[in-house]
Design a protein around this ligand. Structure first.
Ligand SMILES: *Cc1c(COP(=O)(O)O)cnc(C)c1O
Length: 368
């Protein structure tokens, strides 16, 4: 026997563990508003595609998810704005890279461009996968504090870019605060960032955005070859459990991301479910409209009770509770709602079922 131990890389040892949204205790009735999931179950047509695909799982999936990649490119091209069409024209399948959730795709983006010691700039507080992905790739995180009302401080982000910066991440709407940047803001930011720094625009909540001057990702990509858009089927499309996300980039960048990707990363079942979801897009986006209506009801209800709620363009709201965060999360849980606490900062509350909003608002009305 030897007392030697396998050393872990210091960067791995130092990682904060990813904190998943709380789960309802078995048998207890509780609304899970902790992971920004879609409260609607999969459509019958999507479930049918999943069941149908199950009979093929003795085979490896299509390695590059060819049909899904083409369908995404076709869909993107069909919905291009004039500003986006002005640039490169169509979005081809060579510009789309699918992966095992957009978190995995983000990992491959970073692995494709970040070498040991390179800097990655991102807002903070933001999506907690960011510092993990950067450390795993051997990069150095440069966290730029948010501005007021949970908004991303793009001026400060541009100022944080140095010779060593390889990637900048813009999470819009920002998880967990819900604030979105506008297209005008994004375009001036892109004009200020050197062309050899990759700018990842994480649009996980894109379909929930209703503000004026929303980000037009394909137009940004048409004007700036250093842009990568990240999108996912997990939120608006309700496929969080099947893990499908994708990047949209210029062909050379996309090829780099694909080269760094896990072979056969997206299962056959997930590919078929995503294709069925694209076919049911209109129906799914009507559900998104309902979630946005429910968001309005939640935000208005909270504000009417005197809560300070920042504007949100995502499927969640942010309550900056500071040192009351832990107590709030524990007490609302007893009342039957699970939220996502960020110790000492605040709680993120996903928009869920109507009854969940009602229950939550009844709780907040009496909480001090
Ligand atoms: C939920 C989320 C994602 C999507 O993750 P998947 O891996 O596609 O499920 C990406 N970015 C942000 C900011 C998110 O909140």
């Amino acid at each position: 026997m030897t007392s030697r131990r396998v050393p872990l890389r210091p960067a791995i040892d130092a990682l904060p563990a990813y904190v998943p949204g709380g789960r309802a205790p078995v048998g207890a009735a509780a609304f899970k508003l902790s992971s920004n999931e879609n409260p609607y179950p999969p459509l019958a047509s999507v479930q049918a595609a999943i069941i149908d695909a199950a009979s093929d799982v003795n085979r490896y999936p299509d390695m590059f998810a060819t049909e899904l990649t083409e369908a995404i490119a076709t869909e993107l091209t069909a919905t291009l704005s004039d500003a986006a069409r002005d640039g490169d024209g169509d979005i081809g399948p060579d510009q789309v890279v699918v992966g095992n959730g957009s978190v995995a795709v983000l990992g491959h983006v970073v692995e494709a461009v970040v070498d040991a010691g390179d800097e990655v700039v991102f807002p903070w507080r933001s999506f907690e996968a960011y510092p993990i992905v950067v450390s795993v790739a051997g990069g150095t995180s440069v966290q730029v504090p948010l501005a007021e009302h949970g908004r991303i401080d793009l001026d400060a982000m541009a100022a944080a870019v140095t010779e060593r910066t390889r990637v900048v991440m813009v999470c819009t709407p920002n998880n967990p605060t819900g604030a979105a940047v506008t297209h005008t803001e994004l375009m001036s930011f892109l004009a200020a960032v050197p062309g050899d720094v990759l700018v990842v625009v994480d649009e996980a909540y894109l379909e929930f955005v209703r503000c004026d001057d929303p980000v037009d990702g394909p137009a940004a990509l048409a004007a700036h070859p250093n842009v990568v858009l990240l999108r996912t089927f997990s939120k608006a499309y309700g496929l969080a459990g099947l893990r499908v996300g994708y990047a949209v980039a210029r062909p050379r960048v996309a090829a780099g991301i694909r080269a760094a990707s896990t072979p056969f990363g997206v299962s056959h079942v997930a590919q078929r479910a995503a294709l069925a979801s694209l076919r049911a897009k209109d129906e799914l986006l009507r559900r998104v409209d309902s979630i946005v209506d429910e968001r309005t009801r939640l935000v208005d209800g909270l504000r009417a009770q005197g809560w300070d709620v920042p504007d949100t363009e995502a499927n969640f709201v942010w309550l900056a509770l500071g040192d009351r965060t832990g107590r709030f999360a524990a007490e609302v849980r007893t009342a039957g709602v699970i939220v996502r606490p960020f110790a000492g900062e605040g709680v993120r509350v996903s928009v869920g079922e109507r009854e969940a909003t009602d229950l939550f608002l009844r709780f907040t009305a009496g909480w001090r």
